[in-house]
Design a protein around this ligand. Structure first.
Ligand code: FAD
Length: 283
C-alpha cells in the first residue's frame, strides 16, 4: 500500500517529552512525535469525561425541546423561561465547588459546555458565561470561607444571578483607570461606594455584582474587589443596551450612589482588586 500523508503521520510513535532522545525537532526527524509538547493541555480522566458527557447530553436534549436561539434574538428580550430551566438543570452551578451545592466541573469541561451552549444560542452562552465565567469567580477564587458559605449555595442555583462590573464610560481597554471609589467610613464600618459601571452583562437581572473600585489602602490609591448585592441602598441599573447581536442577553449600566458596602463584602486582600480582575478574565 502506498502510504498517504495521514497514514504516515499516524504511523509515527507517540512518545512523552521526558522520553525524548534529544530536542523536539530531533525526535521528529527520528520519527517520534512528542505529543505532550504539541498538546500540553490537561486531559480529563475517564470519570470527569463521563460526567461531562452526561451534562452535555442533558443540555442537548433540553435544547432540542426548548431552545431556539434565533427566536430569542428576534424577541430581543432576556429569555426568562430558558434561564429558569437552566437553574433547574443545574447548569448555572456547574463550576461552583460541590461542597457549596455546585457541579464542581473543571475549566476544561466548562469550555466544552460553553462551546455546546454557544452552538445553540449565543445569548444564553453570554448569560451563563457572565454568571459562572466572571460574575461569581471572584467569590470562588478569592472569597473567605464565610463569604463562600454565605453566597455560593445560592449562586450554584442561579439565584442570585451574578455579574462582573469592571468597565466604566471612561475606562474600557484601559481598565486600571476606573473611577468608581469606595471610601472607608470608620463610624459606620462600611465602604461608601460611588461610581457608574457600563456594559454590564446580566446587569438588568443580576442580584450580585463583583465590583472593582478605587480604595485608599495604607495611604496608597489601589483597586479593591467587592461583592455588591442589589438589595444594598443606592444600587440601581440602567436601561437595556440595544445591541446588534446577543439581543437576548442583558447589558446595562450599574449605578452606585453612596452605597454602604459592608466590610465583610470586601473580596480577598484590600488593594489586590486589579490583579483579581485580570486573573478572572484570563482564566
Ligand atoms: C456585549 C458586551 C458585554 C460586556 N460585558 C461586560 C461585563 O459584563 N463587565 C464589564 O466589566 N465589561 C463588559 N463589557 C465591556 C468590555 O469589556 C469593553 O467594551 C472593553 O473592555 C472595551 O472597552 P471600550 O468599549 O470602552 O472600548 P475602548 O477601550 O474605548 O476601545 C475602542 C477601540 O480602541 C482600541 N484601543 C483601545 N486602546 C488602544 C490602544 N492603546 N492602542 C490601540 N487601540 C486601542 C480597542 O481595541 C477598540 O477597538 C461588555 C461589552 C460588550 C460590548
Amino acid at each position: 500500500m502506498v502510504p498517504t500523508p495521514t497514514s504516515a503521520v499516524k504511523s509515527k510513535p507517540v512518545v512523552r517529552s521526558a522520553e525524548l532522545p534529544g530536542s523536539f525537532m530531533k525526535s521528529l526527524f527520528a520519527g517520534a512525535l512528542p505529543a505532550d509538547v504539541v498538546f500540553p493541555y490537561p486531559r480529563q480522566d475517564a470519570e470527569a469525561r463521563e460526567t461531562l458527557d452526561l451534562v452535555l447530553e442533558s443540555f442537548r436534549s433540553w435544547a432540542r425541546e426548548r431552545l431556539d436561539g434565533g427566536a430569542i434574538d428576534r424577541a430581543a428580550a432576556f429569555p426568562e423561561a430558558q434561564v429558569r430551566d437552566l437553574k433547574e438543570l443545574g447548569i448555572l452551578g456547574l463550576t461552583i465547588p460541590e461542597e457549596y451545592g455546585g457541579g464542581g466541573l473543571s475549566i476544561t469541561a466548562y469550555c466544552r459546555l460553553m462551546e455546546e451552549i454557544g452552538h445553540h444560542c449565543a445569548a444564553i452562552a453570554t448569560i451563563v458565561g457572565a454568571h459562572l465565567g466572571i460574575g461569581s469567580k471572584g467569590i470562588v477564587h478569592y472569597g473567605s470561607a464565610a463569604q463562600k458559605k454565605r453566597w455560593l449555595p445560592g449562586v450554584a442555583k442561579g439565584d442570585p444571578l451574578c455579574a462582573y462590573a469592571l468597565t466604566e464610560a471612561g475606562s474600557g481597554s484601559d481598565a486600571a483607570s476606573l473611577k468608581t471609589r469606595a471610601v472607608w467610613d470608620e463610624t459606620r464600618q462600611v465602604w461608601m461606594m460611588n461610581g457608574n459601571k457600563r456594559f454590564i452583562t446580566n446587569g438588568g437581572h443580576a442580584g450580585l455584582f463583583t465590583v472593582f473600585a478605587r480604595t485608599e489602602i495604607r495611604g496608597e490609591d489601589k483597586i479593591s474587589a467587592f461583592v455588591v448585592t442589589r438589595d444594598l441602598p443606592g444600587v440601581s441599573t440602567g436601561k437595556e443596551e440595544d445591541k446588534l447581536g446577543l439581543k437576548g442577553s442583558s447589558t446595562t449600566d450599574l449605578y452606585l450612589e453612596n452605597v454602604p458596602v459592608p466590610k465583610d463584602n470586601l473580596l480577598g486582600e484590600p488593594g489586590r482588586g486589579f490583579k483579581y480582575a485580570m486573573e478572572i478574565l484570563n482564566e
